[in-house]
Design a protein around this ligand. Structure first.
Ligand code: NDP
Length: 328
């Protein structure tokens, strides 16, 4: 019996169990590429999955983990050969397909992105799904006509994973970045990533007025709920806001006023089912537009045996930046 180590979530009555366990290779799901996983991460969604705080896992037993980087071991897919370095984000890993927090994964070759030459396997997961989502959000703002000359951009949940990468990307691209955080002690960290101004998240957390004083040309929001409503109500005429998260709640108590009176656009960002060409573009852009020296400031490294505790910390909003998980 060939087994490998994995974070396994299983059903237990109305709840669930989660443990680091030996998983039998013969129980891997169908796929045309088998990958030796080298690095994974703990994203907010992984935290929800391992704590059971939200119904992320939809098949049991499940291996948790929505993203990995690694090396192809076996492939019958025309694009991939043994030895190729690959990245996978989303596509239901850790939800409906056995996931990434494991030494091995069997997946569809169509889901894989080639590791860019200028990004190491470790840095790919230091960026992870959070960072790739931040890049998708920046690209969406650009498609909506935003550029550094249009005015500042606000980033909410700034000290978290999506937020940290968004701040670093926008700063490198020349934007003035307003970083909204509930952790004032992280001000110097956020300034180090390139934020020009720190905003207390309390200013964005109360009920939103239909329209408030115009403060920014755009935003990247990882929080949702009243925070996103306030961001929209403070966006300048013709601006755009990319919504990618729900760390503060799934609701959106807003009005149509920002849209019909200020021509503001609300842009939805999904990383999970995002089409391959857009993913490839996002990873190309991460290679050039993310200052790699900033990655070191954002990342902390753990082993598979520390993932469950880290999952708890991330849903409690206690994680700064990104967590990379050493697997290989
Ligand atoms: P993190 O936990 O790293 O960051 C979330 C941040 O949000 C926290 O660090 C905190 O920032 C802020 N926050 C947490 N709780 C609250 C609250 N109650 N009210 C206001 N702010 C809060 O998570 P990630 O960066 O990994 O993910 C962020 C969000 O983006 C999650 O909801 C995640 O599910 C979503 N996401 C969506 C993707 C997509 O495809 N659309 C892909 C990846 C992530 P601070 O301390 O600075 O205030």
């Amino acid at each position: 019996m060939a087994t490998f180590k994995a974070i396994v979530v299983d059903k237990a009555g109305a709840g669930q169990t989660v443990r680091l366990a030996d998983f039998d290779e013969k129980d891997l799901m169908d796929g045309d590429v088998t990958v030796r996983v080298e690095w994974s991460t703990v994203n907010y969604k992984d935290g929800l999955a391992v704590t059971g705080k939200a119904p992320v896992v939809r098949r049991f037993p499940m291996i948790a983990g929505v993203d990995f980087s690694g090396t192809v071991e076996v492939s019958s897919h025309p694009n991939w050969r043994p030895g190729d370095k690959v990245i996978l984000n989303g596509w239901g890993l850790g939800e409906t397909h056995l996931g990434a927090l494991a030494q091995k994964a069997r997946v569809k070759g169509d889901w894989l992105v080639r590791l860019p030459a200028g990004i190491s396997s470790r840095d790919a997961m230091a960026i992870g799904t959070a960072g790739y989502t931040a890049m998708l959000a920046v690209m969406a703002l650009e498609r909506a006509g935003l550029g550094p000359g249009r005015g500042p951009v606000v980033v909410t949940g700034a000290a978290g994973g999506v937020g940290s990468v968004a701040v670093a990307l926008l700063a490198k691209l020349g934007y003035a970045v307003i970083a909204s955080t509930g952790r004032p002690e992280e001000a110097s960290y956020l300034k180090g990533l390139g934020a020009t101004e720190i905003l207390d998240r309390k200013e964005l957390s109360g009920p939103a007025r239909p329209l408030a004083k115009e403060r920014w040309a755009g935003g990247i929001d990882a929080v949702g709920s009243t925070t996103l409503a306030n961001v929209l109500s403070m966006t300048r005429y013709g601006g755009a806001v990319a919504a990618c998260g729900l760390a503060g709640g799934m609701d959106l108590p807003t009005s149509v006023a920002p849209f019909i009176l200020r021509g503001v656009s609300l842009l939805g960002i999904d990383s999970v089912m995002c089409p391959l060409p857009l993913r490839q573009e996002a990873w190309r852009r991460l290679e050039t537009d993310l200052d790699q020296s900033k990655i070191a400031a954002m990342v902390s490294e753990i082993g598979l045996d520390e993932v469950i505790a880290a999952g708890q910390r991330i849903v409690e909003g206690q994680v700064r930046g990104r967590i990379v998980v050493k697997i290989g």
